[in-house]
Design a protein around this ligand. Structure first.
Ligand SMILES: Nc1ncnc2c1ncn2[C@@H]1O[C@H](COP(=O)(O)OP(=O)(O)O)[C@@H](O)[C@H]1O
Ligand code: SF4
Ligand SMILES: [Mg+2]
Length: 358
């Protein structure tokens, strides 16, 4: 596969390199293909955004490569090289030591991620002490500092609150504090802002960026919201039906989106107009069942531009670090994209973001 990072020298420096990841589940109805040959890498300190509609395999790919899915019917193949070692083959104990210390994960649902019968302080202290041999008193002092750092007022007092006494945004801040308690080199955040209102969402994104700056952590942020990745990600990976259909620098993907599916995602971003935000049309049709993934291009059943070549599977390709998996010739892409985004009301060539300046 061509390198998403452009040159072999850069690939060597990647903090995380995922190669040809496949994840399937045996179910009563047949074999579910959740991830189908995914390859990407993340540099130290880089923010990678993974976008795609619900069911496109974003969560399964991340959770399975960290071996966080316990399902005997799951089969995973490929390589997941983190800092030189393969997470898929390393002993469980070694991996457990990495998770929480070098790799932290924030799950989508902040309420279920916290145990209701324990205090906020207990959660953070336990997290710290699971990875560092320090006293409870020291861990508690560190926990208070972390809560302050993520913007919880009266942190000392609020340590003794229970999760239900915190709002959704505050609980999400607690999860970020826990994730950052050991200065991870990689933070994986699965839809960290989905359940939050727009103001809190913006604060959480700012917080993640600030903490990246302070700790130098790389971040993988999973979302179905193109506006979120526009704000925060250095690079984008667009997933559809378990595959990467486009990946590249965020600016490049927004300015010059090359895959018809990405055009659809961009066409469905709310655009801000003088009269307020308006949501544009969604992509017609729905993703294929993972039990029956189409031959050839997986997007073909929903693609207005499918043609003969599309019966063969397109691989990610591109001349630079911006890659896409679509058979259309480059000139055709440019022309059809313009028509598609104009048709969606998406507006100006050269700025498909619509949600403000980057
Ligand atoms: N344990 C499981 N057994 C069978 N299918 C699963 C399981 N977990 C996830 N899937 C399927 O894998 C696909 C990808 O799911 P997911 O990664 O959760 O999507 P996303 O996070 O992009 O919304 C979905 O079709 C989902 O139904
Ligand atoms: S390969 Fe064909 S079907 Fe797939 S996105 Fe491109 S034009 Fe559409
Ligand atoms: Mg998900």
């Amino acid at each position: 596969m061509p390198s998403p990072l452009g040159s072999p020298a850069v690939v060597l420096e990647a903090l995380l390199e995922v190669r040809d990841l496949h994840v399937t589940f045996r179910t009563r109805n047949g074999l579910v293909t959740a991830v189908d040959g995914l390859s990407f890498s993340v540099l130290p300190g880089e923010v990678l955004g993974i976008v795609g509609e619900s069911g496109s395999g974003k969560s399964v790919s991340m959770l399975s490569l960290l071996r966080l899915i316990r399902d005997r019917n799951m089969q995973i193949t490929g390589e997941v090289i983190f800092n030189g070692a393969d997470l898929l083959t390393m002993p469980e104990q070694q991996l457990r030591a990495l998770r929480g210390r070098e790799i932290a994960v924030i799950f989508q649902d902040a309420l279920t991620a916290l145990t209701p019968v324990y205090t906020i302080g207990w959660h953070i202290v336990e997290q710290i002490r699971a990875h560092e041999p320090i006293s409870k008193r020291e861990a508690r002092a560190r926990a208070v500092r972390l809560l302050e750092e993520v913007g919880i007022p009266n942190a000392e007092r609020r340590m003794d609150n229970y999760p239900h006494e915190f709002s959704g945004g505050m609980r999400q801040r607690v999860l970020i504090a826990m994730a950052l308690s050991c200065n991870p080199r990689l933070l994986v955040a699965d839809e960290p802002t989905t359940a939050l209102d727009v103001t809190t969402q913006a604060q959480i994104l700012d917080l993640m960026l600030e903490l990246r700056k302070a700790h130098g952590s790389a971040i993988i942020i999973i979302t179905h919201d193109m506006g979120v990745v526009y704000e925060i990600a250095d690079r984008l990976l667009v997933m559809y039906s378990g595959r990467a259909v486009e990946q590249g620098p965020t600016r490049s993907v927004f300015r010059d989106p090359r895959h018809p599916y990405t055009w659809g995602l961009l066409g469905s971003i709310p655009q801000f107009t003088a009269t307020g935000a308006k949501r544009l049309q969604a992509i017609p049709g729905s993703p294929p069942s993972p039990l029956r993934v189409p031959e050839g291009c997986v997007f073909a059943p929903r693609c207005r531009f499918r043609h003969e070549a599309c019966s063969e599977r397109p691989r990610l390709r591109g001349g630079d670090d911006h890659l896409d998996a679509c058979w259309l010739p480059d000139e055709a892409k440019e022309k059809l994209r313009g028509e598609t985004l104009a048709y969606a009301g998406g507006g100006r060539e050269g700025d498909h973001a619509g949600s403000g300046a980057r």
